[in-house]
Design a protein around this ligand. Structure first.
Ligand code: F6R
Length: 369
């Protein structure tokens, strides 16, 4: 079933261009996003004063990217809550709250219980799910399926990029229904979305060998740090989670701006740090801030591996390694930037002789609380 790939994870990473393309397919009409499954569900998005995105693990990091998309296009405040935390306090939710759950399996018990809790409190519920007819979508008012295809490897990869894609689609759909996104902005975003599959394929073609080699050099590393800002922050968290899960190396993701509030104390000579550098075209300020973070850690001896847009030369003097991703809109970059981090985790686990698909202590679907 692996079709010649060394692992399901390798196969699933290679399927990412298709996972994104299949999730977009049938959901764009004349430059606007129209999600047929949400036909007749406009009321879900009207009159809401709050959106809560709830999920666990990798799906929650997709949710953190989704927050930016929903706030930008639907102009509603969005919070992201880990499903297992959400239920154990007294959240302020009601009929004007939309609770969006995200789950690859659709069976994660923590997420399911959060959805049930939200419904009992009168909230509207929408699920983003990769598994047709699973329990979470059945318990929700509406569902938007990701079409990543079955994911077998325990570590989630293609489902993650499909989840972000679905959230971008959802943001544009909700923005159109609410009248908060202009036709021109929507059309530009749709063009960005439709260009993603070819760009992911380009990252795979251009960087797979480079990143694999990098991982080979780092097989004895005991700790790796990941830094990002804005939508790069959840990608830093995801890069760290992938590494922990399958290569059993201590890894942590930080918001780059937090560095000086504590984590910079961890930096010692030789410490590998991945940094997600946002494009200077989206925000010169954000870009400059991250470049200065890179200088701060480099000055303390960190080994800096930067993921940067093609052509961005600002970082060359301060980076030990540069991994390139194609140009994309600000909210679309995470889908490209996560790919080298997935490859890195996979290659490092392989270099350590570990079973990439079946890491110790983990199950594909966590059906207990
Ligand atoms: C990470 C991973 C987990 C899942 C989490 C939620 O690689 O696979 O963190 O993302 O357990 O699972 P689903 O999406 O099935 O609810």
């Amino acid at each position: 079933e692996k079709g010649g790939w060394p692992s399901f994870m390798a196969k699933e990473v290679a399927e990412e261009p298709d996972a994104v393309a299949n999730t977009i397919r049938g959901r764009v009409q004349d430059g606007a996003v129209v999600i047929p499954e949400l036909d007749g569900s406009d009321e879900l998005f009207r009159g809401i004063d709050r959106i809560i995105i709830t999920a666990c693990g990798t799906a929650s990091y997709a949710g953190m990217v989704g927050k930016y998309a929903l706030e930008q296009w639907a102009r509603v405040p969005v919070d992201v809550e880990l499903a297992h935390e959400f239920r154990y306090r007294d959240p302020v939710i009601g009929e004007n709250t939309l609770v969006v759950s995200i789950s690859q399996s659709g069976e994660t018990m923590d997420t399911l219980m959060a959805v049930k809790y939200a419904r009992e409190r009168g909230a509207r519920t929408l699920s983003i799910c990769n598994t047709q007819g699973a329990t979470i979508p059945r318990e929700s008012d509406a569902v938007v399926y990701t079409h990543a295809g079955p994911e077998v490897a325990v570590a989630s990869t293609k489902a993650f990029v499909a989840q972000i894609t679905a959230l971008l689609l959802l943001g544009l759909h909700a923005g159109r229904v609410r009248g908060t996104v202009s036709a021109a902005d929507a059309a530009a975003a749709v063009a960005d979305l439709e260009a993603l599959p070819a760009k992911i394929a380009k990252v795979l073609a251009d960087e797979q060998a480079h990143v694999t080699q990098l991982a080979g050099w780092m097989a004895d590393t005991r700790s790796v740090l990941f830094l990002g800002r804005h939508v790069g922050y959840p990608i830093a968290l995801e890069g760290a989670l992938k590494l922990k899960e399958i290569s059993y190396i201590h890894a942590e993701g930080f918001a780059a701006g937090e560095l000086k509030h504590g984590p910079i104390a961890l930096i010692e000579p030789g410490q590998p740090v991945f940094v997600l550098l946002p494009s200077p075209r989206h925000s010169a300020l954000l870009h400059a801030k991250v470049v200065s973070n890179i200088q701060e850690i480099r000055a303390r001896g960190a080994r800096v591996i930067v993921i940067a847009e093609e052509g961005d030369a600002a970082v060359l003097p301060f980076a030990d390694e540069v991994i390139r991703i194609p140009l994309a809109g600000a909210l679309f970059e995470p889908i490209l930037a996560v790919v080298p981090l997935q490859i890195f985790a996979m290659a490092l686990a392989t270099a350590k002789g570990l079973d990439v698909d079946q890491p110790r202590n983990l199950a594909k679907s966590v059906t207990v609380e």
